[in-house]
Design a protein around this ligand. Structure first.
Ligand SMILES: [Zn+2]
Length: 270
């Protein structure tokens, strides 16, 4: 097994499968966290007829395709979200493996990416950025940067220093807080949710402060493009508030994979 894992192609298949399996668990989190339900019990069941799903109908990616997106028992159409989340986690896991290798940093990044996916799909589903992920995330990633510096002697070179993590929280949360405040001052309407502010603080804690502008810029750019596209194609008016968290998560992914190069470009001393 170890010898086989040294074959990059085989290792990628293993990592892909692992990602899809964790993606399956992320689906459980996406459905149950907003309802404050247990993540463990009851076992997976059909969202409509509530029939428990036996393991052979609950295989990540494959079951969805074999059952052609329908419940085996009541025939209700299953949302493509389930399939997309599993595929996304699997593909991103392979991406992390290709970019960072298969060490501790892979698993730390994997955890971060999993959190981003759960936040994205909960926001798309119910328009909430769950505090239950972002607030502990801020604390955990800051502490982790301290552990990495003090105990692991910066073994995880991809992680920010404790100071950079702390500044990431302040600059990430602070910049969106400022935007929210100015927006409200100018329009009298609440535009930016508190959830987005806490989310960017969590992203800053994990990636360090230089990645905050990269995240925010790519989020604003993709958010504006999608917003314009929606207005043109669907005739959605300017009052329609696009959820921003998915774009922040996308920006964070961009910063995670490509931020080093961009930051080296605008921050020569960094
Ligand atoms: Zn059913």
């Amino acid at each position: 097994m170890i010898a086989l894992l040294s074959q990059p192609a085989f290792a990628s298949v293993v990592v892909f499968t692992f990602g899809a399996m964790i993606g399956s668990f992320l689906n459980v989190c996406i459905v149950r966290l907003p309802k404050k339900e247990s993540l463990v019990l009851p076992a997976s069941h059909c969202p409509d007829c509530k029939t428990p799903i036996p393991f052979y109908y609950n295989i990540p990616l494959l079951s969805y395709l074999f059952l052609r997106a329908h419940c085996r028992f009541c025939g209700v159409l299953i949302s493509p979200h389930y399939f997309i989340v599993e595929l996304l986690m699997a593909v991103l896991a392979v991406g992390l493996f290709q970019r960072f290798g298969l060490g501790l940093v892979f698993f730390v990044d994997f955890l971060f990416v999993g959190a981003l996916i759960v936040i994205t799909f909960i926001d798309l589903d119910v328009r909430i950025v769950p505090d239950v992920i972002s607030l502990p995330g801020i604390v955990v990633w800051l502490l982790f940067s301290v552990v990495n510096r003090q105990i692991l002697a910066d073994h995880l070179s991809a992680l920010p220093s404790p100071m950079s993590s702390l500044l990431g929280i302040v600059i990430g949360g602070g910049s969106l807080l400022l935007v929210a405040w100015v927006y409200q001052l100018l329009t009298g309407r609440e535009g930016m949710g508190g959830g987005d502010i806490k989310l960017l603080a969590m992203i800053g804690a994990f990636l360090g402060w230089p990645s905050v502008p990269v995240t925010l810029f790519s989020a604003s750019l993709t958010g504006s493009l999608v917003g314009i596209l929606l207005m043109v194609r669907k005739g959605v008016d300017g009052q329609y508030a696009l959820p921003f968290a998915p774009f922040l998560c996308l920006g964070a992914l961009f910063a995670l994979f490509f931020g080093d190069w961009l930051v080296a470009f605008y921050l020569p001393l960094g």
